[in-house]
Design a protein around this ligand. Structure first.
Ligand SMILES: Cc1cc2nc3c(=O)[nH]c(=O)nc-3n(C[C@H](O)[C@H](O)[C@H](O)COP(=O)(O)OP(=O)(O)OC[C@H]3O[C@@H](n4cnc5c(N)ncnc54)[C@H](O)[C@@H]3O)c2cc1C
Length: 208
């Protein structure tokens, strides 16, 4: 059984894209100038469980993973590297909860920035971080790049609006960081530590 057959075995077949013509639209972000290579496959995750299974599979087979939101990044951070699997989060696009009393929203990573802003506006709330890519870029990508636009000069960047995260670690564990309340005084700000996690620059791609 090939490594990709094993991945397909662990996920729904529909989640794993291998057709080169389809995969080709996931190989780079808006930094086309940055290096990129063909991935083995693209996983279109629909749940945390899909991501966790993919990470565990990648660990077993020593395959690098590249997360991807909408691919609007300008630094090549979502660019595919040779032999990797791109994990695309765009299908995880649900706003799970909006709580006007606590003034919090719980969202999946593939929610588009403008969609979140529209949804919370229905409850009289405003989500200030406004990268100019807000009609397309996802909250997951915004978090990984700590995105900010014009409003952020006055109101702060993405990090200032993330109080909790559910994270699949590189070892395939699911951890919850942060809090649900405005006040949070205990321990280190681990959720804040994850915001701005994008690390790979186009000039220094990591080897598999
Ligand atoms: C026209 C245009 C205007 C822009 N304006 C701004 C601006 O004003 N301010 C600004 O800050 N940026 C701007 N950008 C850059 C880009 O839109 C932002 O970096 C945005 O946050 C990327 O979101 P995305 O969903 O497209 O992420 P992607 O490009 O898909 O990924 C960006 C990075 O995040 C990682 N990533 C994505 N999703 C996840 C996830 N769920 N978990 C872990 N890692 C993840 C990727 O691996 C990659 O490193 C602009 C881009 C364009 C094309």
């Amino acid at each position: 059984m090939s490594v990709i057959d094993d991945l397909i075995d662990r996920l729904d077949r529909a989640r794993v894209l291998t057709d080169p013509d389809v995969v080709g639209s996931y190989v780079h972000d808006e930094a086309e100038w940055a290096p990129y290579s063909a991935p083995l496959a693209v996983v279109r995750a629909t749940s945390t469980n899909d991501v966790q299974r993919t990470v565990r599979w990648a660990l077993e087979h020593n395959v690098p993973l590249v997360p991807r939101g909408a691919g609007t990044g300008l630094s090549g951070g979502a660019n595919s590297i040779a032999g990797c699997v791109v994990v695309c989060l765009e299908k995880m696009d649900a706003v799970l909860e909006v709580n006007p009393l606590e003034r919090i929203a719980v969202v999946q990573p593939g929610v588009v920035n403008d969609d979140l802003r529209k949804t919370v506006a229905e409850q009289g709330l405003w989500y200030p971080p406004d990268p100019a890519s807000s009609p397309w870029s996802t909250i997951g990508g915004n978090v990984a790049t700590n995105a900010g636009g014009v409003c952020c000069v006055k109101y702060g960047v993405t990090r200032d609006y993330v109080i909790g995260l559910e994270v699949v670690t590189g070892t395939g564990e699911v951890v919850r960081l942060g809090r649900r309340t405005a006040k949070g005084v205990a321990g280190l700000d681990l959720a804040g530590l994850f915001v701005g996690s994008e690390e790979r620059s186009a000039s220094s791609p990591r080897s598999p």
